[in-house]
Design a protein around this ligand. Sequence first.
Ligand SMILES: [Zn+2]
Length: 287
Amino acid sequence: MPLVCPDGAVVAYAWKRQLAGQAGASAVDRTRLALKAFTDQKRRFFPHLEDEVLNHLHDGESGIAKRPRMPAGNGELEEKTLSEILKNLENEVPNMKISTYRRLDWSKRASSLASLMDDDFVDPSKELNLQNMGKLRPGSVTTPIDQVAVIELLVPSIFRVVVSLHPAGSVDPDAVAFFSPTEGGSYLHARGLSVHHVFKHVTEHADKALQYFISVEPSKALSMLLRWIADYQTLFAKLCSKCRRLLLMDKSLALLLPPVHRPYHQISSIGSDHQEAYHIGCSSYDA
Ligand SMILES: [Zn+2]
């Protein structure tokens, strides 16, 4: 119960008696004395409190600085179910929007994207609004996890990836395709192909990566694939690890392309910051 002093200061009831003896002291003095008495008592009776608070603060800070990262490959963090995989991915790659659909719901969304994006140019803010609209639509957020057949991964302004699971609700990916976030239409599905060359080439590479993941470790194929995909958020920013350039003219294709190949063989590096990127001609994978 707080005590209101004649001069308007509010102090805790516990100090009422002590303060009564210091009636002549100013409000500032009383507060200082009260605080000192409290701190002394605390130090005397609860000496461990101060250190603990400091430790907690410290833990909190380092926890923020060090983002939780899935130690892919060494199996420290067990991911068995689809919801565990998606939840961990969401924490690791917060700027990638993950949505899940039944197969039919996805077809409807893909077609609706076409009508929403009939402009040639979609500015990023509009793109994000469209995404939010999609999120609000019933069915896209309430897909029961055992009926999830399609996973959509969207990094605004960079890519939209469609991953298909077979059977629905399993952790077995059976197809993957990359698209531009501004594309829409019935061809947007895991076995479809983007109209843009850059995404066609990434999708071709992704097919190989998927087959590789399934062949080396079927139970982890989905987590490895999703993390490998997430690395493509630097598709238009990361320089080629061999020629150190962003764009390279591919003479056989007569196309200027960024590094579309990201290695998938060194599983330990997937999801790490040291992931490499290569142009088609600079890659050790043949084009
Ligand atoms: Zn290169």
